[in-house]
Ligand binder design. Structure first.
Ligand code: KIV
Ligand code: ZN
Length: 510
């Protein structure tokens, strides 16, 4: 069995998903869970891109043990210096530097000749090597680059000290057979390739990221770059759960294995979806709500007789237990802390006390409390962005005839309570207009959804909103057994995140 290294880029390329901005604290929670999952490398961010990214990478480098912690840097001195500063405290630091090699990028974006890029690669990889032993180099847009030139660039990068060479399909253009040929070409034509690990980084624009990555493994790649739930630019990156489960389910075909703890896959998928606010599509392979649901009679009949008739993987393998009922009204603080710990949420004593109060309130309203309820609760109440505005009360009037929907919203800011009563097209519209009026931050509502977190009529409702303020897109979520309250909380969570970001930016400018 060949060992395949899993390089997770959820916190870097994944965070480039529109609207998926995570706070530093949320990034740390995810990084700790990635370490528990057993990824080999965490790309924690792009330190020069913003002061917030720098701080997050530095914090993860300090706090997260186990995986290699990697910082991204363009092939520029200032980027490399900043990445080195952010990751230097890590147990096992890596700098990942990149510059394009395709003529399209060189001519239209970088306005550099091939020779100039060769010199930059040699100089910048060597600069990174001056800081850390472990250096990765990526020729961006490799799949649309001239092959002979690409081989030369890779050779120079390895000569300058790169220990991993990553082949990005930046625009999701390649196909499985073509990509495998490219990897074989690299193995054959790059003289010093035996001194580096070949990595692949695929985007999913044509829906082939997983297939391309796996095809590259068959051709000799030993590192796959991927993101949880396939998050990432445009159509996303290769999905971590898909490549990992493909390798685990078809060892006969791939003859390769990873170090991933398969039964942690479901909980990290849930965590990333909740914290980024980006739902997982129901028919998503491995982690979608329908991934293990058998709807047709013939399939159900087969599975009842013998699971292997229609099931190639077991839900338990990815940590999706069939009986998800976990806690009830009489469960204690210890049981709550233990279950949250198993789900990846290690709470401090104070946080657990806060979560326990909310759990008891929920258990009073709802007979059965499931894992999904706990995740919604803990993310809503414990790991939310600091609240500038908190919801004191919301009251709505609406009906199907002759009633103009209206909302009265009371928000607290510090020790002051503000109240507005507003009419709208519907109760949710009225609530959002009232919140805008109080906060003085009018936002455009770009997306809104409500879903039941679990089954049955007493389920928690989870609302998600995507709002836009002065071009900036922010996601918020809120949960409650009352969907009107959940909708108000979601919008307010997004507004609080906006205020937090505005303050963070201002603080950095001052
Ligand atoms: O898609 C891409 O080319 C990248 C590089 C930075 C590796 O994300
Ligand atoms: Zn990418």
């Amino acid at each position: 069995m060949e060992r395949i290294y899993i390089f997770d880029t959820t916190l870097r390329d994944g965070e480039q998903t529109p609207g998926a901005n995570l706070s530093t604290e949320e990034k740390l929670i995810i990084a700790k869970q990635l370490s528990r999952l057993g990824v080999d490398i965490i790309e924690a961010g792009f330190p020069i891109s913003s002061p917030g990214d720098f701080e997050a990478v530095k914090l993860i480098a300090r706090e997260v043990k186990g995986p290699i912690i990697c910082g991204l840097a363009r092939a520029r001195a200032e980027d490399i210096d900043r990445a080195a500063e952010a990751i230097k405290i890590a147990e096992r630091p890596r700098i990942h530097t990149f510059i394009s090699t395709s003529d399209i990028h060189l001519k239209h974006q970088f306005r550099k000749t091939r020779e100039e890029v060769l010199a930059i690669v040699a100089e910048m990889v060597a600069r990174a090597k001056g800081y850390v032993e472990d250096v990765e180099y990526s020729p961006m847009d490799a799949t649309r680059s001239d092959h002979e030139y690409l081989y030369k660039v890779l050779e120079i990068a390895i000569e300058a000290g790169a220990t991993t060479v990553n082949i990005p399909d930046t625009v999701g253009y390649t196909t499985p057979a073509e990509f495998a040929d490219l990897i074989r070409g690299i193995k054959k034509n790059v003289k010093n390739i035996d001194q580096a690990v070949i990595s692949v980084h695929c985007h999913n624009d044509l829906g082939m990221a997983t297939a391309n990555s796996l095809s590259a493994v068959l051709a000799g790649a030993r590192q796959i770059e991927c993101a949880v739930n396939g998050l990432g630019e445009r159509a996303g990156n290769t999905s971590l759960e898909e490549v990992v489960m493909s390798l685990a389910t078809r060892p006969d075909n791939f003859k390769a294995e990873t170090g991933i703890k398969l039964d942690e896959i479901y909980s990290i998928s849930r965590m990333v979806s909740s914290l980024t606010g980006i739902p997982v599509q129901p028919n998503k392979a491995i982690v979608g709500a329908n991934a293990f649901a058998h709807e047709s009679g013939i399939h159900q009949d087969g599975v009842l007789k013998e699971r292997s008739t229609y099931e190639i993987m077991r839900p338990e393998t990815i940590g999706l237990s069939k009986s998800r009922l976990v806690l009830g009204k009489l469960s204690g603080r210890h049981a709550l802390g233990q279950r949250l710990g198993e789900l990846g949420y290690q709470l401090s004593k104070e946080e657990l006390n806060g979560a326990f109060v909310r759990f008891k309130e929920l258990a009073d309203k709802k007979k059965e409390v499931f894992d999904e309820d706990l995740i919604a609760l803990v993310e809503d109440e414990v790991f939310s962005i600091p609240e500038t505005f908190s919801l004191e009360d919301v009251y709505t009037v609406s009906g199907s005839r002759q009633i103009i929907p209206e909302a009265t919203v009371k928000l607290r800011r510090g020790d002051k309570v503000f109240e507005e009563k507003v009419w709208g097209n519907g109760p949710v519209d009225a609530i959002y207009l009232a919140i805008d009026k109080i906060t003085g931050l009018p936002c455009e509502l770009m997306d809104f959804s409500v879903r039941a977190v679990t089954e049955k009529k007493d389920a928690l409702g989870e609302a998600m909103v995507k709002i836009k303020h002065k071009g900036e897109i922010i996601i918020g979520r809120g949960a409650s057994t009352d969907v009107i309250e959940a909708s108000a909380k979601a919008y307010l969570a997004a507004v609080n995140r906006l205020v937090y970001k505005m303050r963070e930016r201002k603080g950095k400018e001052d």
